[in-house]
Design a protein around this ligand. Sequence first.
Ligand code: ATP
Ligand code: AMO
Length: 434
Amino acid sequence: MKRTHYSKDIKPEMNGDTVVINGWVHEIRDFGGLAFLIVRDREGLMQVTMPKKKVPKEVVDKLKGLSRESVVSVTAAVKAEAKAPSGFELIPSCIEVLSLADSPLPLDPTGKVPAELDTRLDARFIDIRSPEVTAVFIIRSNMIKAVRDYLCSQGCLEIATPKIVATATEGGTALFPISYFEREAFLNQSPQLYKQMMMAAGMDRVYEIGPIFRAEEHATRKHLNEATSIDVELSFATHEDAMELLENTIAYVYQYVKDNCEKQLKLLNIDLQVPKTPFKRLKYKEAMDIIKNDPECAELDYGDDLTTQAENYLGQAIGEHYFIVDWPTGIRAFYSQSCDSDPSVCKAFDLMHPRMELSSGAQREHRHDELVMNLEARDLNPESFKFYLDAFRFGMPPHAGWGLGAERLLQTMLNLNNVREAVLFPRDRVRLTP
Ligand code: ATP
Ligand code: AMO
């Protein structure tokens, strides 16, 4: 049963070698004298060919009662065969049935019978078996590895911060309360306060890839209630430095996926174009001037946050990744630093993909007294932020950073219709299982 090869590692040149493969029964085709068993593993499909005269009877007999999606281990000889899909077929000397699958199946992983996303998510473990869905998650794994490799290469240390917290950080969305012994606590919306505190701790450049929780009430194609955030914070850095690291991270990830996931991209029919850096920087005011041309955004004024319609209109006008900079101070989080020359504008930015916002960031207010004023201006109580504010009293370097939604990055890279397709087990307004 010990696997010797994944499907992708078997080559026609191995003609005559004996291999052990493990996987699921993707298809059974029995033509009397000749039967084919298509076995699928994580990496692809393999054809097990059984000319009944040449294969021992006890092996052929294993086909009786064998159902699709059963788990098998097959010991077989490799035979180069130009007519087989991968240029080889496997002639079995032993088939072990490790787990017999019930029927009917809740879902067809061969994709021949299409299913709605909801039905797919209900039977997610079997949905993920389909080669296209597996490909999405192989790419996700590569994407996360690329982010780690790149941020490490840029001198960032990986950190882990608490997910059970006492305060909100992102004003716009609601918190999930939990009971924490006799006190009220919340699931974290962002590692914001903690990554900033790591600047006071002297960690200099940090990143975290971790869960964030947001009580978004509505169902959209880009919002999850549990998402993965890629967070970065850099000391002695400006928002310009943070934007540069962000655009380079995006370009690196695209290039890495293009180079390492060729097979998966092909399966998903994606011709991945690595975005060119530097990305366009559009001032919020300039963005508003463009949006004004859209009659559906007529009610939007300077000082408003961008609606989904406005984001879409802008995205179509620009057509590639871009930054929106120079935001009105009033609509950005308290930790953003305003511009010295004009405090009504702040050093915050959003990274946009034509389809949606991918990331937000800013140069932070690192001066204690100004930070307290920012909190008060937003009717937030500095007392609730004492543990955070203390970090600004005993030596806090200037710093900047960003948060990038991993699912949105994957969704836009692979042109997935719904952000739920970028998560194994999405959590939304109605979905708590599986
Ligand atoms: P962020 O979480 O950084 O705010 P976002 O892309 O969700 O990122 P928002 O500013 O929250 O950006 O939202 C942009 C627009 O998306 C909103 O103006 C609103 O039109 C729409 N939107 C945001 N949240 C929801 C939601 N939960 N349901 C429906 N629409 C939403
Ligand atoms: P923000 O609230 O913009 O900023 O979040 C950063 C990024 O996280 C992703 N994201 C989500 N993805 C899916 N579903 C959601 N409900 C969801 N909410 C957020 C988006 C978004 O751009 N503390 C700041 C970051 C910073 O300044 O460093 C923050 O959390 O891709």
